[in-house]
Design a protein around this ligand. Structure first.
Ligand code: PEP
Ligand code: MN
Length: 338
């Protein structure tokens, strides 16, 4: 249940509402979203009378108890489309944001060289994983905190904001110290413990779609972050699992316009993990721009052959291929009036 307060509600109005429900509830928190104050009530019993609650002084409205997503629905936002600030940048303002970089933080020299190359080609943000989710415990798990430190040095030296994945709630705090945006990978979209911790983080979140998750589940995952107090979320379509084996995943491009109908949150498309093939990445990036994505996330590496195996070398673009992608993108964006 969500109680929305009037902007004029006083702290004693809020206190009186809390006192009204406190003996009936199991979990209660107050959050501010879009300059409005809300009380989230979870685990209540049927004995909270919505009518009585709605009539309390300072209460603007009380939403239905069966609401599964409220803040992340398109209807929540007056214009139907929100923007997310990432450092000095804004995602969702009509300009297409390009995020690029290697799969993982591996070697410091390659990290710098790739960051410089993607910036020169026109990327707005840098990406690289310090914590890597793997299918085998024997594979490279990432450099962890050392990787975060290198990323924050690259961020300073090269001058690009940085996004990187967090796997564990315990790493959220240190990741916030080093990064401009925190990523939830496909394997963790349903990790509610992580989502809740990210709801308390003071950084925007890039939430990737679970490989077998419906769009509705993606929106609800975003809601888990928002109700803990962090509404700064960007959704990412990165391909879903189908029977097809020619590509690593199947890029669901219809997710972009479909999500637009469901949520106001900005959307990024990741054609690299969606296809797993560098020869398909550019075409899929252009297609994503046509269907209206707010951003692209592309894997680029100065020397994919140097990546630690098994890595995402097959899907990484070389800097010159990335530059070509950016140049083609400009033409496509012009053609579709963006
Ligand atoms: C990544 O971005 O490096 C990554 C592991 O992505 P995903 O979670 O989409 O597989
Ligand atoms: Mn990768």
């Amino acid at each position: 249940m969500v109680v929305e307060f009037e902007p004029s509600a006083t702290s004693s109005d809020i206190k009186s509402v809390i006192e009204f429900v406190i003996h009936r509830l199991r979990y209660l928190r107050e959050i501010d979203v879009c300059e409005r104050h809300y009380l989230i009530i979870s685990g209540y019993r049927d004995d909270i009378n919505v009518k009585d609650l709605s009539s309390k002084h300072g209460v603007r409205r009380v939403t239905s108890p069966d609401t599964t997503a409220f803040f992340c629905r398109r209807e929540f936002y007056p214009s139907g489309k929100s923007q997310v600030a990432i450092g000095d940048l804004t995602l969702g303002n009509g300009h297409l944001m390009i995020i690029a970089g290697p799969c993982a933080v591996e070697c410091e020299d390659d990290l710098y060289a790739t960051a410089k190359a993607v910036k020169a080609a026109g990327a707005h943000m840098f990406r690289a994983g310090a914590f890597k989710p793997r299918t085998s415990p024997y594979n490279f798990q990432g450099l962890g905190v050392t990787g975060l430190r290198w990323l924050s040095e690259v961020r300073q030296t090269v001058g690009l904001p940085v996004v990187s994945e967090v796997l564990d709630p315990y790493d959220v705090e240190i990741a916030c110290e080093h990064l401009d945006m925190l990523q939830v990978g496909t394997r963790n979209m349903t990790n509610q413990s992580l989502l809740k911790h990210l709801g308390k983080a003071n950084r925007p979140i890039l939430l990737k779609r679970g490989a077998s998750s419906k769009l509705e589940e993606l929106v609800r995952a975003a809601e888990f972050i928002t109700v803990e107090g962090n509404p700064n979320i960007v959704l990412c379509e990165r391909g879903i699992q189908t029977f097809e084996t020619a590509t690593r995943n199947t890029l669901d491009l219809s997710a972009v316009p479909a999500l637009r109908c469901m949520t106001h949150l900005p959307i990024v498309v990741d054609p690299s993990h969606a296809t797993g093939r560098s020869d398909l990445v550019t075409d899929m990036a252009l297609a994503a721009a046509i269907v209206g994505t707010d951003g692209l996330m592309v894997e680029v590496h100065v020397a994919p052959e140097r990546m630690i195996k098994p890595g995402d070398g097959q899907q990484a673009l070389l800097p010159e291929q990335f530059l070509e992608l950016v140049q083609k993108l400009k033409k496509v964006l012009k053609a579709v009036d963006r």
